[in-house]
Design a protein around this ligand. Sequence first.
Ligand code: RIB
Ligand code: CA
Length: 323
Amino acid sequence: MRVIIDTDPGIDDSVALALAVRSPEIDIAAITTTYGNAPVADTTRNAREVLARLGAEARIPVYPGADRPLLRSLEVALDTHGVHGIGYVAPTLPHDELLTVDAPQVILRLAAASQQPLTLVALGPLTNLALALALDRPLLREQVAEIVLMGGEPNGYGNITPVSEFNIWCDPEAAEMVLHSGIPIRMVGLNVTRRMVCPSAAVAALAQDSRPELKWWGDMLRFYEEFHRRREGLAGCILNDPLAIALAFAPELGTAAPMHVDVMRDDGLTRGQTVCDRHGFLDEPPNARVYLDVHSADVLHMINTRVWEGAVSADALLHGMST
Ligand code: RIB
Ligand code: CA
């Protein structure tokens, strides 16, 4: 499966990128970055930081993208991901402030040149995809097989407002353009990513591991776990984005239903809410397949095996029991 991953690393994005790099089922044509969890200068550096740790920086290009939403002001989530966007990990690569917005044109160029259908996996706000659609929607409809996006929430249980999920909330106008692009979409929302809890015991095991490459993940996840404990009283942290990567190449790891999805684009309480018409009340054709159930234990096991070298015991990983 040939993919472009659009991402805002970000701690869960970093785990997602590592899973993608370590998954032979995926051929990564490029990584494009966006603002979101952190400003785009940080998310771009962080994507390169993860690739360098995995020894993949020479073969996978990273292209910077949007530094803010189409119309709205920039909002980032440093409280969730840390001042550099990667938790307690100190960046080693330079921080380039003078970035151009290459991502939309790169998406079009790679789509045009692709000899096989391309999948766009979106793990952050959808501004880059919306800009690419604005430049040449017919080309993308022709060349992009599907968009798999981590975003939204079908039941109105949000994480940035009572009803909205962060990626969609950041740029509702971009999300609306993607949802009405005519390209097949699979939506991986908070309703299923909330089952992707990496328990505190697993974070502690990584943070205490004597191998530097595993302690690096532990230092990243410790910050994220402390945020979830403070914000939601959770004894762990939620790995949203890796679920979208796993479902992209292994759709059988979940169950999705076709439905019409629209986005609230007001400035009030419902900004960015994804309204998912599960029973066809609106008499509108489905424009997305929304995941309703996932095999989260299988995906957590896959991450442990492929990204963390199996360092976390099954008990710590699935039951949170420290061993
Ligand atoms: O709401 C969760 C999403 O927002 C994840 O993609 C996370 O990385 C943030 O971008
Ligand atoms: Ca993300």
